[in-house]
Design a protein around this ligand. Structure first.
Ligand SMILES: N[C@@H](CCC(=O)N[C@@H](CS)C(=O)NCC(=O)O)C(=O)O
Length: 142
């Protein structure tokens, strides 16, 4: 059965058969472990109702490590896989800047206003934040 806690030899990612919030995680896992060094288990939507109550938080993704530990939270998993892949910096300040972009993306997906004009101002602000060093960030237009 999908998502069971049988012993794995490689990490197993359990997620829907869609990119969703796992696009970056899958890229990092592929870079870290290659094509065959991890399992990309994809859940059929028809199986979701039965699977949900068996998951640690009733949500996907879940990563099962070879020792059987089940871990949730996309950002934590992506950071772990990115670290394994050499994509996530070991230098704390570099890591800080990397995390800043990650949480900026969260803001973009959750804060983006609906009106055309304010959306334009928001996108301009985001592009400034992405283009400048931290010390020169402009204040948010919101
Ligand atoms: N904070 C979690 C949220 C996980 C989440 O919301 N997953 C969605 C799929 S993208 C889910 O499982 N939705 C079905 C549900 O909650 O029943 C993460 O970032 O991994």
């Amino acid at each position: 059965m999908l998502g069971d806690s049988m012993t794995k030899t490689v990490p197993e990612l359990l997620y829907f058969d869609a990119a969703g919030r796992c696009f970056g995680l899958r890229v990092a896992l592929f870079k870290a472990f290659g094509k065959d060094g991890w399992d990309d288990k994809r859940v059929e939507y028809s199986a979701w109702k039965d699977l949900k109550p068996t998951l640690p938080l009733g949500q996907l993704p879940v990563l099962t490590l070879p020792d059987g530990k089940q871990v949730t939270q996309t950002d934590a998993l992506t950071r772990w896989a990115g670290f394994k892949a050499g994509l996530y910096p070991t230098d704390p300040t570099e890591a800080l800047l990397c995390d800043e972009v990650v949480y900026l993306v969260h803001d973009v997906t959750t804060m983006c206003p609906s009106g055309k004009a304010s959306r334009r101002a928001f996108i301009t602000w985001v592009s400034h934040v992405l283009a400048r060093p931290c010390s020169q960030h402009a204040p948010s237009p919101r």
